[in-house]
Each structure stands twice: as C-alpha cells, then as structure tokens.
Design a protein around this ligand. Structure first.
Ligand code: B12
Ligand code: SF4
Length: 451
C-alpha cells in the first residue's frame, strides 16, 4: 500500500502571448521526474501535473486526488504563478503540506516565504523531498532537514543547514512513466516529441549574465557513462535534448559517451548546448556525435562586438565565432545561434547585429534581452536596477523570461522593445525555412503577425 499521496506541479508562467504563451517550448518536467523517482522508491503514490498543458485542471485534481504534499517547481518567471498554485491548494486542503523548490528557490528562497508555503528547498531536491515525506509520516519535524527552509510558529523561515556535497550519480534515474500521457506533446521548436537528458551539470566558465556557474560553485559534475547510456537507451522519443549547461567541456568523455551509445545501438536526433570554443576544439568528437544523430547545436554567440564579449566575460573572440560556425557547416550540423541583446544598444547597434546575422548566414538566430537573473552580479542586491517591481518592492519576476525589458535601456523602453521584436520579424525567412518542421514556425509567425 502506498504511504502518502504527493502531487508535483509545474506552474504555467505569464509569458508573452506573442510566443504562444510558452516561449516556443514546453519540454518534459525533468526536475519533477527526478523527485518522483526518489519518492516512488520510498513507496509513495506520486502524480505529476503539468499546468502548461493542463492549465484549467488544478482545483479539480487537488479536490479529487487529495494530496498530503504538494510540491511546485519554479524558475524566476514562475514565482508568482507558483504562489498562486499553492494558494489554491491551501484553499481546498488547508492542512496539505506545501513545498517549493527549483532554480529560483535555490538562489532567492525568500520570495517564497509566504503563508501559503510551508517549506522551501534550496539546491538538489531528491534527498530533501524524501526526508520531508518521511517526516510527514512521522514526527513532522522539518526544522533540521539540510537544504530546507521551514516556517516556524512565528511565521519566520529558518534554514535546516547546508546539503552534503552534490553527487550526481547518487540521484535516481528520472521516472518518465508518470508523464506518459503527455509525452507526445512535449516540444522545443519543431522537435516533438522531445525528451530531456542531463549528463553533466555546472560549467567552468564565468559569463556575467549567467547564474549557472554560481549555483554549482563553478564545478562541473559528470554522470557515469554507463548510467547515461542506460537512461538514453530507455527513451522512446526520437528527439533528445542534452540539457547539460555546457556538454562538450570534457572532450574525451564526450567521445567515449558517443562511442558507448553507438555500441548500445542508440541513434537519436540529438540537440545540445555547445560553446563556440568547444565546437572548434571538438570537431572529431562532434563527428562521432553526428554519426549517432547529432543534428543541432544551441550555441551562445551572445555578442557580436569585442566590447560586449568582454563585458559578458564570454572568453571567446570574433575570430573564434567565425571559425566555430565554419566548423559546424563542415560537419553539417545546424546551429541555433543565441544572442543576448544588451540593454545599452543604440538603434545603430541593433542594425549591426542584423548585419552580423546576415553576414554569417546564420541558420536560426534567436534573441534574448540581457536580464539580471538571480545569482548574477547584474542583479543589484537592493533591486535598484530593476524597472518592473511588485507592490512589495521586489522585482516582478513574471517578467524575468529574458524576453522582457526589466532594466533601464539606452533607448526609450518602447523603442527598444519595438526594435527588439522586429528582429524576429526580420529573420522570418530563417524561421520559415523550417516550415517543414512544425510548432516554432507557428510561434514565430504568431509573433511576426503580432508586430
Ligand atoms: C533544459 C532547460 C530549458 C529547456 C526546457 C525547459 C522545460 N523543461 O520546459 C528550454 C530550452 C526549452 C528552456 C527554455 C527556457 N529557459 Co531554460 N534551462 C534549461 C536548463 C538547461 C536545465 C533545466 C533542467 O531541467 N534541469 C534539470 C533538473 C533536474 O534540475 P533542476 O530544475 O535544477 O531541479 C533540481 C532542483 O532545482 C530541485 N527542484 C526543482 N524543482 C523542485 C521542486 C520541489 C518541490 C523540490 C523539493 C525540489 C525541486 O530538485 C531537482 C532535482 O535535483 C536550465 C539550466 C539549469 N542548469 O538549471 C535552464 C534555465 C532553467 N532556463 C532558464 C531560462 C531563463 C529559460 C527561458 C525563460 C529562456 C528563454 N527566454 O528562452 C526559457 C523558458 C521556456 C519555458 N517554456 O520553460 C534559466 C532560468 C533562470 C531563472 N532565474 O529563472 C536557466 C536556469 C538557465 C540560465 N540562463 O540561468 N530551458
Ligand atoms: S553562459 Fe554557458 S558558457 Fe557561460 S557560464 Fe553559463 S553555461 Fe557556462
């Protein structure tokens, strides 16, 4: 017999409707699948509710399932949506134990120190959530669980202490059975259905706009190759996105992984993040990956001037960008080229960005606005550089989707936004060459007609 009923929820963010409401992607809720794997091992009954796909079902699911614990995951753009989810849960079941975790809670847990939240988990979540469930069945003493912030009787939250060092291979393999009914709907751009696999986490680089190296203290954790091969071998989806923050750091390991996948008979349509310098350094390794199906790389070009490359601490030069793009072409691997549009852009900077994209004939350029994400030094500790705030003085996290302007810009904000949006319109041709694929084109064309 199962012990507790535990409902794990992915909230639906407020995102720009021009993007179809989900920024062109709804991928599998991997964090929740990791948590579910640990909880199922302990004998609990677990469900995953993905509100991006089932936005109207929260109240009915909670009323019918009657969970003992509800856990919500959240990036920054989900903070407010996540709190609303838990408000609904508490209205239906006041004594349900509510827990929040994920990227934002790891860095700024205080955003969740609200009456509708009982516990906030910072960092890796599998061990804490298992410990929480154990306490829920026993003494209900949550005060000393490492990684867990617990609300005391006076309403203040206290930390249970640091978690032991992160050991990536100690995590269970994510449980994909609970998302079975939704799996055909998960997509990134036209890649559908797509599965996510994490083979490493962390990054040794130090880009200023990125929080990932800060979260992992600059360390790079690698899973054992056999574990990764076993996991990918079980995946049914044809598209597999390697979500490593930067997959191709350790060339030897990536070569061995490709060879091991080949030996296991795995051939998928792979997509992965890759730095320009890793691309140049790893031509042979990438050829091995190409042989087992690597089709597309997500490359953070990020800046087209030495000034911005330096400001972002990218540690890559314009010559390397050119060489990296050539390498991808030689390998016949498609590049999703991401740019971080600096808030200090003038109209002429935008024009030069456009010329740069045209000059290099980039297959698939995409853009984000420089955003002071939590965990980066771009976010002033007193939030004084944030232009969009909540009534309580904290940033309005709804807009931290990297498609919204949340800092002062050199151009008047309306003009900045308009020129920024036009970038997507200008490259409509690049997107439409992918009409053979599906949803992204719909998202981009929605966006284009909305401009
Ligand atoms: C894969 C990925 C994507 C994919 C898929 C996302 C999806 N599932 O739909 C794609 C490419 C689509 C994507 C898009 C975006 N992403 Co993204 N993405 C990632 C990435 C690389 C990995 C996320 C992941 O699945 N990790 C694996 C899981 C297992 O780890 P985890 O989430 O940290 O979960 C663990 C703990 O946090 C904890 N935990 C998590 N949830 C919970 C809940 C509870 C109750 C508990 C107890 C514990 C717990 O336990 C888990 C297991 O240990 C992260 C970087 C990173 N390293 O986190 C960025 C990241 C999450 N993305 C980010 C951003 C900004 C975006 C976009 C907004 C960018 C954009 N405008 O295009 C969009 C949003 C689109 C969308 N619809 O969600 C930022 C978020 C920053 C922030 N402060 O919010 C990150 C952190 C990268 C960065 N630049 O810093 N993303
Ligand atoms: S942007 Fe990429 S390369 Fe830079 S620190 Fe973040 S994960 Fe590493």
């Amino acid at each position: 017999m199962s012990l507790l009923r535990i409902l794990l929820i992915w909230p639906k963010a407020r995102t720009d409707p021009d993007w179809g409401g989900d920024l062109g992607a709804i991928a599998e809720p991997l964090a929740l699948e990791y948590l579910a794997a640990g909880l199922l091992e302990d004998g609990h009954d677990v469900r995953i509710l993905d509100l991006r796909l089932h936005p109207e079902t929260l109240a009915a699911t909670v009323s019918e399932y009657k969970p003992h614990i509800v856990g919500v995951t959240a990036y920054s753009m989900h903070v407010r949506a996540g709190l609303l989810v838990l408000k609904t849960v508490k209205e239906i079941i006041p004594d349900c134990l509510t827990v929040v975790g994920g990227h934002h809670a790891t860095i700024l847990p205080e955003d969740f120190f609200e009456p509708v939240v009982d516990l906030v988990v910072s960092g890796e979540g599998v061990s804490p959530v298992r410990a929480i469930a154990k306490q829920c069945l026993g003494e209900q003493n949550y005060y000393r669980i490492p990684g867990v912030w617990c609300r005391h009787a006076d309403g203040a939250f206290q930390y249970g202490g640091e978690q032991p060092p992160f050991l990536i291979d100690s995590l269970p393999r994510p449980n994909r059975t609970l998302t079975q009914a939704d799996r055909h709907r998960y997509f990134i751009d036209w890649m559908q259905p797509v599965a996510l696999v994490r083979t490493t986490v962390g990054c040794p680089y130090r880009c200023t706009f990125c929080s990932l190296w800060q979260v992992m203290d600059g360390r790079y954790h690698k899973r054992a190759i056999e574990q990764v091969v076993a996991e990918i071998s079980e995946i049914k989806e044809e598209y597999v996105f390697l979500i490593d923050d930067e997959a191709f750091i350790d060339s030897k390991r990536m070569e061995l992984l490709a060879l091991a996948l080949k030996a296991a008979g795995v051939h998928k349509r792979f997509f992965a993040y890759c730095r320009i310098d890793s691309l140049i350094r790893n031509k042979d390794v990438l050829q091995h990956w190409k042989n087992i199906g690597l089709e597309r790389l997500f490359v953070g070009i990020d800046a087209y001037t030495d000034k911005d490359l330096k400001e972002y601490n990218k540690r890559q030069s314009l010559q390397q960008i050119e060489k990296g793009l050539d390498t991808a072409r030689e390998l016949d691997i498609e590049v999703l080229a991401q740019f971080v549009v600096n808030t200090d852009y003038s109209a002429s900077d935008f024009k030069q960005l456009v010329r740069f994209v045209e000059h290099f004939k980039l297959d698939y350029p995409t853009f984000t606005i420089l955003t002071p994400l939590p965990g980066t030094d771009l976010l002033a500790p007193d939030f004084s550089n944030i232009t969009i705030k909540q009534p309580n003085g904290r940033p309005d996290w709804d807009y931290f989707d990297t498609q919204s302007l949340v800092m002062p810009s050199r151009l008047p904000p309306d003009q900045f936004r308009q020129i920024y949006r036009n970038l997507f319109k200008l490259f409509a041709g690049s997107y439409s060459q992918f009409l053979i694929h599906k949803p992204i084109v719909r998202h981009h064309t929605n966006r284009i007609t909305a401009i």
